[in-house]
Design a protein around this ligand. Sequence first.
Ligand code: PEP
Ligand code: MN
Length: 337
Amino acid sequence: MIIVMKPNAGKKEIDNIVDKLHKAGLEAHLSTGKELTIIGVIGDKRLVADANLELMPGVDRLVPITESYKLVNRKFNVKETVVKVGDVEIGGDRFVLIAGPCAVESEEQIFQTAEKLSKAGVKILRGGAFKPRTSPYSFQGLGVEGLKYLRAAADTYGMLVISEVTGIPALQDAEPYVDIIQIGARNMQNFDLLKEVGRTQKPIFLKRGMSATIDEWLNAAEYIIREHNNQVILCERGIRTFETATRNTLDISAIPVLRAKTHLPVFIDPSHACGVKDYVIPLARAAAAVDCDGLTVEVHPNPDRALSDGAQSLTPEDFVELVRQIKPILDVMGRKL
Ligand code: PEP
Ligand code: MN
């Protein structure tokens, strides 16, 4: 971090800052120009995170030069994170497919979906049991009953389970049934929940908040890893922009940016990104080409009758077509399914 002093700052004000930095265990590097002085802060700036340096007399502004997240930061951790769950490796050589309905609606619905998806090569079955719906009058999910159906369907077809938790009570309910815990866009900055999932032993699938910057998202991941759970997978699911033709705007450029900034695996959710079934496969092709680590896709046996997100849901047959279309792209990218 650099502290830029005001042009009229005097020796006393500069000394005060230097003194405060020293007391916090940091070093100061002074650069005195004709017009103003700048102070380079050497050391871990978290030591002065709450010191209100910007309010001290003579200070014009603080300029951060390193990111506040450390554990997720590639600069401090060069080795790629590979999350192992069952016999699936996420962030390794293979491109991993997660698929299933937006919500578990019935035993029959989830078994039907699991059977077809397992035949299509899907190893991880998704399905919401606690649904964060915009309207309180919309279907809210089956809760624990839904998790039981999801687990049973996955076990029957040799699949793993991912499901979203919307709060700490839901986490406690869901933990025994799921292999991967999903934190949805709406809870990306639910810091208590992030800390709590950080204390579990299960991988966390952290979706990007719909208005979150990449740095805010990485800081959210930092909350989880700080609690000693380093099995975090990031998922880009579209962000809010001025465009209304799609539900969100897939920020495809987030993937190379994240590759540069973090060692964590990165997924794309083309379904929530566009909200329109016909656009899901094109976005999936782009996801394969941009070299993310996998996809999560909403698939429903009867999208017309889905209780949530039917408009963006593929049929199992559409999903087979998605896989067919991404395969040659993955070949070019040197990735196996
Ligand atoms: C979901 O994946 O079920 C979901 C609700 O997505 P998001 O949190 O990205 O909106
Ligand atoms: Mn959905």
